[in-house]
Design a protein around this ligand. Structure first.
Ligand code: ARG
Length: 582
């Protein structure tokens, strides 16, 4: 609808230009907003305020001329001037009802991508394999997954890339330790089932024994040279570590598979070429033996240019070098038009730098969009980075176990008569959903405090609240012995609660477009929360089972069906499972 209004305004502007009211050559970004208060119509635009000056008119005068020039449209019943010169648009409720009827008949709920579909690389999760996945990787994994799902729903072709850290000097130490373990009679694989403990033990050996440390360093050299036995150990290590990750993905209901893994090591063979190409472009400067790119726009606190180091004095390559190779691959081989990086906000400078270097070096297509979707830190209740009671990092799997356990206790309290296996299913969906939703519903870039009580509450903007709201819709249909797909008739909007619910339902597409453009799933969370609230007042004020006429009952059932499907679809796009009852 906003697009329609934008087009109408554009036509009016063109007409005013041809009449000489507006000067030629203006191309303003026409803004149309949803009105907060229904008494001021459904949509508002500030276009008259924006263009009053170039037109040499008072905003209200221009607003009047604009209204006179607006083409008639059956979806708009009236346009009014408000305040200093805002245009308020009132939509026709029959036209709105018609759009919702169409959405109900469509598997995509009437949502289509406005522009052309794109090939989009989504870089997500990307843990370092040397250690167990911990809570720090939760955000990248689930926010990236949510945005990837939304883009796919809109019609983009999404290529997930799990850029795992599977290379680097710490592997020497790990392989050295693995080798030692394998020489022992008892199996090393049991040791590796606890990666965190394995890493700690290896580090301890490294710090304690000079001889071990030397061997570890030697192993790094051998690994880099591709020595077969060393490669075999390394592969075994990664397999086990990746299997741990995959377990977490499956449990989190995240759409990542082993096929999406393209780790740092995959770019090894290309790193020398990256450096050579930078050199050929004249972008490299040697500084203390290291190969660097200096970009004028990046300076340190003293105002001196900051280098992007691509090769150390000893010849070793860095994180940035690998990212440059990965960008080139994503642009030239994967043919991505857009790449989104879901990585901690603290890496913002790194991404600004490597994006710029890649552009100057021509590693990516000039039109390729490169976007760092940074996120804040997940803190504990005390506002400090999340730790276990004894100060260790919290393992993701332990956190999920606790969430399910707490959800189990809660659901059992509410519903003691449920069978054990149903209780377990509900606890799983609610527990995992709560952890995910709590994270997704916060603004991506802000830090937030992890709080079990809050996320498991049935009140407020939480997963339990939304999952419960969905079961209420489902129960309406269950009571009637109907299914969503089976409601005949047409929507007609009379009561204010019906109007408000309908207006919200019609905004689903616009919300998804926003999420896809900005990489911000919290917008979808807020939307679903508001939708659930509006459904609830509709359900209270507009009886369905005891409606006044069959036509009214059908209309209300159709609104309920669309509410249910939108809630379910929205939750699914956030990566949350739903329940028919709880
Ligand atoms: N492994 C890195 C880390 O844990 C994240 C990698 C993100 N992706 C990238 N292309 N740099 O910090």
């Amino acid at each position: 609808m906003k697009d329609t209004i934008r087009q109408l305004i554009q036509q009016a502007l063109t007409r005013l230009v041809s009449e000489g009211v507006l000067p030629q050559g203006l191309s303003p970004a026409i803004q149309v907003e949803n009105s907060k208060d229904k008494t001021h119509g459904d949509f508002a635009s500030n276009i008259a305020l924006m263009l009053a000056k170039p037109a040499g008119l008072k905003p209200r005068e221009l607003a009047e001329k604009l209204i006179a020039a607006l083409p008639a449209n059956p979806q708009i019943t009236k346009v009014e001037i408000a305040g200093p010169g805002f245009l308020n648009f009132y939509q026709d409720s029959q036209a709105l009802a018609g759009r919702l009827d169409a959405a109900l008949a469509d598997t995509q709920l009437g949502v289509r991508k406005a522009g052309p579909a794109q090939r989009v690389v989504v870089d997500l999760s990307s843990p370092n394999l040397a250690k167990e996945m911990h809570v720090g990787h939760l955000r990248s994994t689930i926010i990236g997954d949510g945005v990837a799902r939304v883009l796919e729903f809109l019609g983009d072709e999404v290529i997930r890339q799990n850029h795992v850290g599977d290379w680097g000097t710490q592997f020497g130490m790990l392989l050295g330790y693995l080798q030692e373990q394998q020489e022992k009679p008892e199996s090393s694989e049991t040791e590796l089932s606890d990666l965190e403990g394995f890493y700690r033990a290896a580090k301890q050996r490294f710090d304690e024994s000079a001889e071990f440390a030397d061997r570890a360093r030697e192993l790094v050299v051998q690994l880099q040279a591709g020595e077969p036995e060393c490669m075999r150990l390394w592969q075994r290590f990664n397999e086990i570590s990746l299997a741990h990750c995959q377990q977490a993905y499956d449990r989190l209901n995240v759409k990542l598979t082993p096929a999406d893994v393209k780790g740092e090591s995959a770019y090894n063979a290309d790193l020398a070429q990256v450096v050579a190409d930078l050199k050929a472009k004249g972008l490299l400067v040697e500084s203390n033996g290291a190969q660097c790119v200096f970009l004028d726009e990046f300076k340190n606190a003293e105002g001196n240019p900051l280098p992007v180091i691509v090769q150390k004095a000893g010849g070793g390559y860095l994180y940035a070098t690998t990212d440059l190779a990965a960008m080139r691959y994503r642009s030239q081989v994967l043919k991505a038009e857009r790449a989104l990086y879901f990585v901690d906000q603290r890496q913002a400078l790194h991404f600004q730098q490597v994006f710029e270097v890649a552009r100057r070096a021509g590693f990516v297509h000039p039109g390729m969009q490169l976007e760092h979707m940074g996120f804040g830190t997940m803190n504990g209740a005390d506002g400090k980075p999340f730790k276990t009671r004894d100060g260790g990092t919290v393992k993701l799997i332990d956190l999920l176990d606790e969430a399910e356990e707490r959800a189990y206790t809660l659901v059992k309290e509410k519903n003691p008569e449920l069978a054990e296996d149903e209780l377990r299913t509900i606890a799983r969906v609610v527990g995992i959903g709560s952890v995910k939703y709590a994270d997704l519903s916060k603004h991506r870039t802000s830090d937030y405090s992890f709080n079990f009580e809050q996320m498991l509450s049935f009140e407020g903007n939480t997963a339990p609240y939304l999952l419960y709201a969905y079961t209420r819709v489902a129960s309406v249909f269950r009571k009637l012995g109907k299914d969503y797909a089976q409601v005949d008739g047409q929507i007609s909007l009379a009561a204010p609660q019906e109007q408000d619910l309908a207006t919200k339902l019609a905004q689903f597409g616009e919300v998804l477009h926003n999420v896809g453009d900005k990489g911000t799933p919290h917008i979808l969370c807020t939307y679903l929360y508001e939708l659930a609230g509006l459904f609830s007042s509709f359900y209270e004020h507009c009886p369905i089972l005891t409606a006044e006429s069959p036509a009214q009952q059908q209309s209300r059932l159709r609104l309920a069906a669309l509410s249910g499907r939108t809630l379910k679809q929205g939750l699914e796009l956030l990566g949350l499972e739903t329940l028919e009852r709880m």
